[in-house]
Design a protein around this ligand. Structure first.
Ligand code: C5P
Length: 233
C-alpha cells in the first residue's frame, strides 16, 4: 500500500458499451476492498426519472430540475450500486438496453454532464482507501488526474455476446437477437463518441486493455495487476 498518499486513490476505467466494465470493476473492488462507482447508472437513473415524469429527454431546462431533485434525494449503496430515489429503489429499471439508450441521449446534454460532475467526484471520494470509477469520460473529464487510467474494450461481436448473455441470463440466443444487440451497441458507441461534450475517447495516458480474448477472471486479474504495478495497493 502506498502510505504517502492521504487522499482516496482513483482508478478511472472508460470504454465502450458492453465492454464488461461494471462486472469487472465491481469484482476488482471486492478483491481490493475498494469502492466501485458506476457513473453510467447515474445517467440511466436520470433518464428513467424523466420517463416516469413524462419529461422529453431533450427538454434541457426540465432535465436540470430532475437532476437537482435526484441529487437531493439520492441514496446510493456503494456495496450493491443500488440507487434509491425518493424512497424507492429504482435500480431494477436501469439495466435494460432501452435505459442505456435513453442515458446516452441525455448524456449528450452539456447541462446534464455539468450537473452530474460533482456528484460523481463526491461518490468516488467517499471511499477511505480507493475507488474504481467507470464511465466514458472519467479519465478525460471527471478525474483527469486519476492515479491510473484504463481503457477497457473488446471486439463488437464479443461485446454483443456478453451483453446478450447478461440480458438473457444464459438462455439460447438467436442470430437475429445477436444482430439486434450488436446494432444497438454500435449505435450507442457512435453517439457517445460523436457528441461535442465529453465524448467517449481513450485518454492519451490511459492503458488499453482489450479483453476480447479474456474471460471475466482473466480481465479482473489484468486490471488488478495494473493497479498493483502502479503501486496503488
Ligand atoms: O456505462 P453505461 O452503459 O451504463 O452508460 C450508459 C450511457 O451513459 C452511456 O452510453 C453514455 O452515453 C452515458 N455515460 C456517459 N458518461 C459516463 C457514464 C455514462 O456519457 N461517465
Amino acid at each position: 500500500m502506498n502510505q504517502s498518499k492521504q487522499r482516496c486513490l482513483i482508478v478511472a476505467v472508460d470504454g465502450p458499451a458492453g465492454s464488461g466494465k461494471s462486472s469487472v470493476c465491481s469484482k476488482a473492488c471486492k478483491r481490493l476492498g475498494w469502492t466501485y462507482v458506476n457513473t453510467g447508472f447515474l445517467y440511466r437513473a436520470v433518464a428513467y426519472i424523466c420517463g416516469v415524469r413524462q419529461i422529453p429527454l431533450n427538454a434541457s431546462e426540465k432535465l436540470g430540475v430532475v437532476i437537482d431533485d435526484f441529487m437531493q434525494s439520492l441514496i446510493w449503496d456503494p456495496e450493491t450500486q443500488a440507487v434509491w430515489f425518493q424512497g424507492e429503489n429504482i435500480s431494477t429499471h436501469l439495466y435494460t438496453d432501452q435505459a442505456g439508450k435513453d442515458a446516452s441521449l441525455i448524456a449528450t446534454n452539456r447541462l446534464v454532464r455539468e450537473k452530474l460532475l460533482p456528484l460523481q467526484r463526491d461518490l468516488a471520494r467517499r471511499s477511505p482507501v480507493g475507488s474504481i470509477v467507470d464511465g466514458r469520460d472519467i479519465g478525460t473529464v471527471v478525474f483527469p488526474d486519476a492515479d491510473l487510467k484504463v481503457f477497457l474494450t473488446a471486439s463488437i461481436d464479443e461485446r454483443a455476446r456478453r451483453r446478450i448473455r447478461q440480458l438473457k441470463d444464459g438462455a439460447h440466443v438467436t442470430p437475429e437477437e445477436l444482430d439486434t444487440i450488436r446494432t444497438s451497441i454500435a449505435e450507442r458507441d457512435k453517439q457517445d463518441a460523436a457528441r461535442d461534450v465529453a465524448p467517449l475517447i481513450q485518454a492519451p495516458d490511459a492503458i488499453l486493455l482489450d479483453t476480447s480474448e479474456l474471460d471475466m477472471n482473466g480481465t479482473i486479474d489484468a486490471l488488478v495487476s495494473l493497479i498493483r504495478a502502479r503501486n496503488l495497493v
